[in-house]
Design a protein around this ligand. Structure first.
Ligand SMILES: *Cc1c(COP(=O)(O)O)cnc(C)c1O
Length: 377
C-alpha cells in the first residue's frame, strides 16, 4: 500500500530526543525549544515566535490576543480546515465566509471588502497548499478598515509572496508541525509568529498559564504570579528536539518535496492537455513549498471513481475539505456572505495525491502509472 502520508524523518530525530532526555529537562522552552525559536526569529526576521503544541493552539492564542469578543465577526474562506474557525468561535465570534478563487483555492481577495461590517474584527487568510493569498490587497483592506490580519500559514512554512516569507505579513500568524505538514515536531506542534510588537509580552503571559513567568526568568520581576487569563501553550522538549532535526534539513526537505511535485506536474500534464484534469496553478510572484499535489477532475463523480480505483490499486489518495459552511457546526457558528461560486464546486473536484519527504521515486512512479492508466475520466 502506498500511504497518503508518512511523517517526515531526516535521521537525527532520535539523537536529539536522546540529548533532550539526558539534559534532565523536558518541559517547554528548554534548550531545543529556544534553539528552534531563535532559528525562526532570525530566518523570518520578526519580533517574536513562540512554539505551541499545535497550529490550532497558536490560533487560539492569537484569538485571545486580538481580544475577540462575543458578536465580533471574523472573515475567512469556507474551504479550509476546522482549526481556522474554531479558535475564534471559542471566543464567541461569528465566522463570515467568503468565496475562494478558482485558480489557487485561496480566499478571493476581491470579495473581502463587501463582507466587512461594523462588527468585523479580523481577516484570516489561509495559504492553501503553501501558495500565498494576495497579501498586498488583504493588508491594504485591513489597514483601511482597521482590522487585524491573522495568517493561517499551517501549510505555508518555507513559502514566499513577492520574496517575503508567509507568516510575516499579518499581525499574527500560525505554522503547523503536524505530521502531515512539511516539517514536523514529532506528530503535533505549531508556531505562533508575532509580527506586531504590541502582542509580544501578553502572548508570553497567556502561553504560561496567565503568569508573568517569562518576565521572572529574564529578571524583570522578582516574583511570578497570575496576571491574566491564560492556558498552557508550550510543547515539550521532546517535540522541539524532533523539530530541530527537521530545521537542520530545512532546504533538503523543501528540495525533495519540490522535486516530487515537479515530477507529478510534468508526468500528468498530458492529461491536462487532453482536458481530463486540471493541474495546480501557481501565480508567478508566489514561491510555494510543495506542501501538496492535487489534481482537479472534471466532476465529483469522476473524482470519487478515481479515488476508489487508486485504492483498489493499493494507493491512498484523499479529498478535503467539506466546506465549513456546509458542515453541522458551520451552520451554527458561521454565515456565508456573498455567492458560493467556487467553494463547493471546486472542492468537489479536487483529489490530493500521496506526497511526503520520504516517498521513493518508485512509489511515485507507481502512482503516476496508475493515474495514466485510469480509463473512466
Ligand atoms: C493542519 C492545519 C491546521 C491545524 O494544524 P494543527 O497543527 O494540526 O493544529 C490549521 N489550518 C490549516 C489550513 C491546516 O492545514
Amino acid at each position: 500500500m502506498i500511504p497518503f502520508n508518512k511523517p517526515p524523518m531526516t535521521g537525527n530525530e532520535l539523537k536529539y530526543i536522546e540529548q533532550a532526555m539526558q539534559s534532565q529537562k523536558l518541559c517547554g522552552d528548554g534548550k531545543f525549544g529556544v534553539r528552534c525559536q531563535t532559528w525562526f526569529e532570525n530566518r523570518l526576521n520578526t519580533e517574536r515566535v513562540l512554539l505551541t503544541p499545535s497550529c490550532t493552539h497558536a490560533l487560539e492564542l492569537a484569538a485571545i490576543l486580538i481580544d475577540i469578543q462575543p458578536g465580533d465577526e471574523v472573515i475567512m474562506p469556507s474551504y479550509t480546515f476546522v482549526s481556522t474557525a474554531n479558535p475564534f468561535v471559542l471566543r464567541g465570534a461569528k465566522i463570515i465566509f467568503v468565496d475562494i478563487r478558482q485558480d489557487t483555492m485561496n480566499i478571493n481577495e476581491k470579495l473581502i471588502e463587501q463582507a466587512i461590517s461594523c462588527k468585523t474584527k479580523a481577516i484570516v487568510p489561509v495559504h492553501y497548499a503553501g501558495v500565498a493569498c494576495e497579501m498586498d490587497t488583504i493588508i491594504a483592506i485591513a489597514n483601511k478598515y482597521n482590522l487585524f490580519v491573522i495568517e493561517d500559514a499551517a501549510q505555508a512554512v518555507n513559502s514566499f509572496y513577492k520574496g517575503r516569507p508567509l507568516g510575516t505579513f499579518g499581525d499574527l500568524a500560525a505554522y503547523s508541525f503536524h505530521e502531515t505538514k512539511n516539517y514536523s515536531s514529532g506528530g503535533e506542534g505549531g508556531l505562533l509568529i508575532i509580527n506586531n510588537r504590541r502582542f509580544v509580552e501578553r502572548a508570553e503571559i497567556i502561553r504560561e498559564k496567565g503568569t508573568n513567568r517569562s518576565l521572572f526568568f529574564r529578571g524583570m520581576v522578582d516574583k511570578y504570579s497570575w496576571v491574566d487569563i491564560g492556558s498552557s501553550y508550550l510543547p515539550s522538549e521532546i517535540q522541539s528536539a524532533y523539530l530541530w532535526a527537521q530545521l537542520e534539513s530545512y532546504e533538503e526537505i523543501n528540495n525533495r518535496r519540490l522535486m516530487l511535485w515537479e515530477r507529478y506536474n510534468n508526468s500528468l500534464k498530458i492529461l491536462q492537455d487532453k482536458g481530463l484534469i486540471e493541474l495546480p496553478k501557481i501565480p508567478t510572484h508566489c514561491k510555494h513549498n510543495a506542501h501538496m499535489f492535487y489534481i482537479k477532475c472534471n466532476t465529483l463523480k469522476v473524482r470519487q471513481k478515481l479515488i476508489s480505483y487508486l485504492k483498489d490499486n493499493a494507493i491512498l489518495a484523499v479529498f478535503h475539505y467539506i466546506p465549513l459552511h456546509s458542515s453541522i457546526a458551520g451552520k451554527i457558528y458561521a454565515e456565508f456572505r456573498g455567492y458560493d461560486n467556487y467553494t463547493t464546486n471546486e472542492s468537489d473536484k479536487l483529489v490530493r495525491l500521496p506526497l511526503f519527504f520520504n516517498m521513493t521515486i518508485e512509489e511515485q512512479d507507481t502512482v503516476i502509472k496508475n493515474i495514466l492508466d485510469f480509463k473512466n475520466w
